[in-house]
Design a protein around this ligand. Structure first.
Ligand code: ATP
Ligand code: FE2
Length: 324
């Protein structure tokens, strides 16, 4: 079954195509704000304008025509409403016009399932850290449970905000990583962990207040060390509680080398395995949506047009995952 997947929850418009054997295409175009964070209307305009081009790129990459497709999957939520709308409308139109099956999938679960497809992980405890989400997720009793999460803003969002304050462009995560790589010096900041939950709003304010007291490099390094140590400690607690011997790191922030290093080391010390999907599948992408759609269709799920509305606040633990 050839499934086309459409990702449009935030800054990325991604189109991927997968079947049971292969990931056939993964094309994307990212909205890059001239200043500030993601402006919902401008991001959705970007998605609208790049949709046809990315669709054609994906079909060309897969050497397929629209008529070779069997189904279309889309990110139904969670995400920015205006952005979700573009993906949903595009999916509905393609499904109707080309007589394709339609399936709306949860974006967070798609990050996990592409992680298990592209690594050797089978039943991991997942640390999912991106611009909009920061959660520790574990499959238990028919559902993916969120066993730890941010109490305020997402880790990627905190990195983006702090970088913007320092005067660097969006996305801020890679900018902070570059700065941090230039020093080993760390200054004391608060350590934002609460049980298996964490919070980054206070740490961001604190780092911003310290601007001028230390160099950008030292602030960036200190921010990374404190924030990443907190999520990795929470992940370790979660793995101990769940008696888990596999960790999966995913989401845009999972591309960070220092964070990968910390997860790797923690797993090594516990005798567990750490898994990192290739970076193109860590960040938002269409292939993960297509793959999640494929799994759900194989399990007899389908989304009626009348049920295909956007779900901006859809949490992964609301989904009954009978395919697992
Ligand atoms: P979601 O919809 O899942 O919340 P998203 O819209 O934030 O995802 P992603 O591509 O998953 O999109 O993640 C983008 C985030 O990843 C941004 O906050 C960006 O700063 C961060 N990021 C990207 N590269 C790095 C890096 N090397 N180090 C740290 N953070 C990074
Ligand atoms: Fe994402």
């Amino acid at each position: 079954m050839n499934v086309l997947g459409i990702e449009s929850t935030a800054h990325t418009l991604g189109i991927g195509i997968v079947n049971e054997d292969e990931i056939l295409a993964n094309q994307k175009s990212m909205f890059e704000p001239e200043e500030g964070g993601i402006h919902p209307r401008k991001a959705s305009e970007h998605h609208y304008q790049s949709a046809m081009e990315q669709l054609n790129n994906a079909l060309a990459e897969a050497s397929l025509e629209l008529d070779d497709l069997d189904a279309v999957a889309f990110s139904q939520g969670p995400g920015i409403p205006q952005c979700l709308e573009i993906g949903a409308v595009m999916a509905r139109s393609l499904a109707e016009k080309h007589d394709l099956k339609l399936i709306g999938v949860n974006h967070c679960l798609s990050h996990i399932s592409i992680g298990t497809r592209t690594t050797e992980a089978s039943d991991p405890t997942t640390l999912y850290v991106s611009g909009g989400n920061s959660q520790i997720i574990e499959f238990r009793n028919g559902r993916y449970r969120i066993i730890g999460e941010t109490l305020d803003i997402a880790l990627g969002n905190a990195l983006d905000k702090f970088a913007r304050e320092l005067g660097y462009p969006h996305p801020g995560g890679p900018e902070i990583e570059k700065l941090a790589g230039k020093t080993d010096e760390i200054i004391e900041m608060s350590y934002p962990i609460k049980g298996m939950d964490f919070s980054f709003s206070g740490l961001t304010t604190e780092a911003e207040r310290k601007m001028g007291e230390a160099s950008d490099e030292v602030l960036a390094n200190s921010f990374q060390e404190h924030a990443y140590a907190a999520v990795v400690e929470a992940l370790e607690r979660a793995m101990a509680q769940e008696d888990s011997d596999e960790a999966l790191l995913t989401g845009g922030v999972a591309m960070n080398k220092r964070l990968r290093e910390m997860v790797e080391k923690m797993c090594e010390q516990r005798g567990a395995k750490a898994y990192f999907p290739p970076t193109e599948y860590c960040m938002d992408n269409g292939a993960m949506i297509a793959h999640q759609g494929l799994i759900e269709l194989e399990n007899g799920r389908e989304t009626e047009i009348s049920e295909s509305h956007k779900r901006p606040k859809w949490r992964p633990d609301e989904v009954e995952a009978e395919w697992k």
